[in-house]
Design a protein. Structure first.
Length: 300
């Protein structure tokens, strides 16, 4: 192979790794910002502002493509996109609801168990075959989940872990659902539709649960929305440049950032048993992702 071709391939691979690392940093920033405001405001309100302020980069992303914004929305797979948007919206809201109760690093680790739940759902909803390796990895990963949540001890309340595991379940449903969406809907259209639906639905819930945010909190939630959509865009670009399985190990660098942010901002530390559990979750999820070419990356 000519050296120039090898150089281009190497540069392409480095770009994809750089994009996924930047994406994971953005998602970790989102988690830290979300925890900051989730301690003061209802989860539905935090989710609303995450969606509202995420509309600008989402629209900008769609306007850069070959198709116009109107053309995208006119030919969208309404049924498939709606199901995907609702499940992912549930995952986001439940994650924000669980953040105040659990250290940030552990919260992110529990949310990442969605990859393991996909293994259980895919044969039921997508008619994929069970595999010994996938099932074994899932069982090991769920042992890690138990170590992080620690029934009967460790967590002062089951409420946080319960919210986060439900978030992972809805996140897994959204991953399964995205495989059902018509191929004509690209990632930019999917991100925009999700953000639009999320803004409308969470906006309606503000009638029942609202606390007027301060200017500083509003700025934090604006940054949350921008970083969340930026992370989705960077992740989309990365997964177009390289196979998801090859990028899977880099997905979990957000755990490092989350643990660091949790320690610096709130003085949170992760207990030894939780560290073992996180290692089992991450190791199992990477094993599964590397073995599945079409595995989706995480979404904020």
């Amino acid at each position: 192979m000519p050296s120039s071709s090898a150089t281009r391939i190497t540069s392409f691979a480095l770009n994809s790794v750089g994009n996924i690392l930047a994406s994971m940093f953005c998602f970790a920033v989102v988690d830290a910002l979300a925890k900051t405001v989730a301690l003061k405001y209802p989860a539905n309100e935090v989710t609303f502002f995450r969606m509202l302020f995420g509309l600008v980069p989402a629209v900008a992303m769609c306007c850069r493509g070959r198709r116009s914004l109107i053309e995208r929305l006119a030919n969208i797979d309404i049924r498939g996109q709606t199901a995907r948007a609702l499940t992912l919206l549930g995952a986001s809201a439940l994650f924000f609801a669980g953040l105040p109760y659990v250290p940030l690093g552990e919260a992110v680790a529990l949310a990442y168990s969605e990859t393991l739940i996909v293994i259980l759902l895919a044969p039921l909803l997508l008619r994929e075959r069970w595999t010994i390796s996938g099932t074994s990895a899932a069982l090991v990963g769920f042992c890690g989940v138990l170590l992080v949540a620690r029934p009967g001890g460790g967590q002062s309340s089951w409420l946080g872990p319960a919210f986060l595991l439900l978030s992972a379940f809805f996140g897994a449903l959204s991953i399964v659902q995205i495989k059902r969406i018509k191929p004509a809907d690209d990632s930019a259209t999917t991100v925009l539709f999700f953000t639009l639906v999320g803004t409308v639905i969470t906006g309606l819930t503000l009638v029942f649960n609202w606390r007027t945010p301060s200017l500083g909190s509003l700025l934090i939630m604006a940054l949350l929305g921008v970083f969340a959509t930026a992370g989705q865009i960077l992740m989309t670009i990365a997964f177009r440049q390289a196979d998801a399985g090859k990028l899977a190990p880099y997905n979990y660098t957000s755990l490092i950032w989350a643990a660091l942010f949790g320690y610096v901002i709130w003085g949170e530390t992760i207990q030894p048993l939780s560290l073992i559990g996180i290692a089992l979750i991450v190791g199992s999820a990477i094993t599964v992702a590397v073995g599945r070419k079409d595995e989706e990356g995480p979404l904020a």
